[in-house]
Design a protein around this ligand. Structure first.
Ligand code: EPU
Length: 438
C-alpha cells in the first residue's frame, strides 16, 4: 500500500475509537521479559511497528515471541536466550531507540551486548551519553565501533549510586533494567517518574525485583540474583489519547476515546480545558469535544512528568492555531521539536519560533541557539497543502492540520505514523474523515 493519504478536510471528526497499551511502555516491558527465567505475558499490546521491531530483536536473541494481535496478548519466552549475530542485529539499525535498553538484560544473561546505530524521531540530537555512563558505573566496559557499540561485563554488574543530570526517561529505564539483577544496592537521584516508568517498575516487581520510589525523584533498588516471568496489562497510551483529543479540538469535533485514563492525563486535561475544550470522563474512557464558540490562547511549557508532556505539544499546537489571541509554547525537553511548524505555516498558520526561553522558566536550551519557543497567533483558517511527514508526533499533527483544513491535502510518508498509532486510518474512517490512500 502507498504511504500517501489524500485528505479532504474541513469536516469535524466525530465518533468513538479505542486506544490500547502505551507504545513507550510496551516496548520496555517486552525487553524486561529478557530478565526472567520463565515466560512472560503482556496484555493490551497495540499493533504498531515499534512492537514489531522489538519482537524482531528479541527473536534474534532467542526469545520465542507469540502474538495474538486481535486480543493484544504477547507471550515472551526467554528460556533460550543467546547472542545474536552482529549482521542480523545491524539490519535493525536506525529503526528504533529501544535496542539501547537491551544492554543491561543482555549483560546479565550473556555477559555482552552489541547495540546498532539507533533510530527514533529526529527531534534533537538524542545522545546516549547518560545510558553509557550508567552502564560504566555498573562495571560494564563500553567499546564504540563503526557499526555500533559493543559492551561487556567481565566482572558482572555491581549496584551503584548515580545522579542523572536531567530526568531522562530512557536513562531511568536503563538503570532499572540493569540494577534489578546487579549485585547489591543501587540509588538513582533525579530519576524520571513518568507513568510508563512506574508501570515498568510494576512489571519488574512482579518478576521479583525490590524497587522503591521516593517523592523526591530518588529510586532505590536491591539487586536480586534471579527474576521470573510476569503477567501484566499495559497502561493505556496517553499520548495517542491526547492526539485524538487535539484532533477533536482542531476540527471542532467530538471524539470518545475508549481506554483513555484520567490519572495519567491530569495535566493534559487541565490544559485542554483552559484552551476551551470540554471532556467527560467515565469508566470506559474520555469523551473530548469542542463545545462551540472561540478557543482561548494559552501559555504552555513542556516538561518531564508531572509536567505537560513534550509528545502532547505537537498535536495541541495545531489546535492552538484555531485559538483566539497569542499562545506561547516553550519546549524544554527536546531542543528541536518545532520543525513541524514549517508545514503549518505553509497551510496558513501564523507561528513564529524563537531561540529565547519564552513564557516559562529559563531552560537548558536558553542562549544555545535552539529554536525551542513558539508564538502561535490565531485563529487562522488552514488551507490544504502537500505535506511530508517529518516524525511520529509531528506527522500526526500534520494529519490533524489536513483534517482541519478546507480542501484536499496530500500527506506523504504516513508509514511513519504506523510506528506509534495503531490502525490509525481505520480510526480516521470510524470518525468520519474523508480520505483516500493511493
Ligand atoms: N538525553 C541526553 N542524553 C541521554 C539521554 C537523553 O542528553 O543519554 C536528553 C535528550 O536529548 C532529551 C532529554 O534528555 O533532550 C529527554 O530524553 P529522554 O531520555 O527522556 O527521552 P527518550 O527516553 O529517548 C522517551 C520517549 C519519547 C518521549 C521522551 C520524553 C520512548 C521510546 N521514547 O524518549 O517518545 O518524548 O521519552 O517523554 O519511550 C515519541 O513517542 O514520539 C517519543 C519521542
Amino acid at each position: 500500500m502507498s504511504d500517501v493519504l489524500h485528505i479532504n478536510g474541513g469536516t469535524p471528526l466525530s465518533g468513538e475509537i479505542t486506544v490500547r497499551g502505551a507504545k513507550n511502555f510496551v516496548s520496555k516491558a517486552m525487553v524486561a521479559a529478557l530478565l526472567g527465567d520463565t515466560p512472560s505475558e503482556l496484555r493490551n499490546v497495540p499493533v504498531i511497528r515499534d512492537v514489531a521491531v522489538v519482537t524482531g530483536l528479541l527473536e534474534l536473541h532467542g526469545v520465542a515471541v507469540t502474538a495474538d494481535t486481535g486480543a493484544g496478548v504477547l507471550t515472551l519466552d526467554p528460556s533460550n536466550v543467546e547472542s545474536a549475530h552482529v549482521a542480523d542485529i545491524d539490519a535493525h539499525a536506525g529503526s528504533s531507540r529501544i535496542p539501547i535498553l537491551f544492554c543491561g538484560p543482555l549483560l546479565h544473561r550473556l555477559g555482552e551486548a552489541f547495540i546498532p546505530d539507533l533510530g527514533g524521531c529526529r527531534i534533537g540530537d538524542r545522545p546516549i551519553n547518560y545510558h553509557l555512563d550508567i552502564l560504566r558505573q555498573f562495571g560494564a566496559v563500553v567499546d564504540k565501533r563503526e557499526q555500533g557499540i559493543h559492551i561487556r561485563a567481565p566482572r558482572g554488574l555491581q549496584g551503584t549510586k548515580i545522579a542523572l543530570p536531567y530526568p531522562s526517561v530512557g536513562a531511568t529505564e536503563q538503570l532499572l533494567l540493569t540494577a534489578v539483577r546487579a549485585e547489591g544496592l543501587t540509588e538513582l537521584s533525579n530519576a524520571a517518574i513518568e507513568p510508563e516508568i512506574l508501570d515498568l517498575i510494576n512489571v519488574l516487581q512482579k518478576m521479583g525485583a525490590i524497587i522503591s520510589v521516593d517523592t523526591d525523584r530518588v529510586i532505590r533498588i536491591e539487586g536480586v540474583p534471579r527474576l521470573r516471568g510476569y503477567r501484566h496489562t499495559a497502561l493505556p497510551d496517553r499520548i495517542e489519547a491526547a492526539s485524538w483529543a487535539s484532533a477533536a479540538l482542531a476540527t471542532r469535533g467530538d471524539i470518545r476515546v475508549l481506554g483513555a485514563s484520567q490519572p495519567e492525563m491530569t495535566t493534559f486535561l487541565n490544559t485542554f480545558r483552559k484552551v476551551g475544550g470540554e471532556f467527560d470522563v467515565d469508566d470506559d474512557g474520555i469523551r473530548f469535544y469542542h463545545p462551540g464558540g472561540d478557543l482561548r490562547s494559552i501559555v504552555l511549557e513542556t516538561d518531564v512528568h508531572p509536567g505537560f508532556m513534550t509528545d502532547w505539544q505537537q498535536p495541541l499546537v495545531v489546535a492552538l492555531t484555531q485559538a483566539k489571541g497569542l499562545s506561547i509554547v516553550h519546549e524544554t525537553v527536546y531542543e528541536n521539536r518545532f520543525g513541524f511548524t514549517d508545514a503549518l505555516r505553509g497551510m496558513g498558520a501564523t507561528i513564529q519560533v524563537y531561540r529565547e526561553c519564552l513564557g516559562g522558566h529559563p531552560c537548558r536550551f536558553g542562549q544555545r541557539n535552539f529554536y525551542h519557543s513558539a508564538v502561535v497567533s490565531g485563529p487562522t483558517p488552514l488551507s490544504a497543502a502537500e505535506i511530508e511527514v517529518p516524525d511520529l508526533r509531528g506527522g500526526f499533527s500534520h494529519l490533524i492540520a489536513a483534517l482541519a483544513a478546507k480542501g484536499t491535502s496530500q500527506v506523504k510518508g504516513i508509514d511513519l505514523i504506523d510506528r506509534g498509532y495503531e490502525h490509525f486510518t481505520d480510526k480516521l474512517a470510524a470518525l468520519g474523515a474523508e480520505f483516500e490512500r493511493d
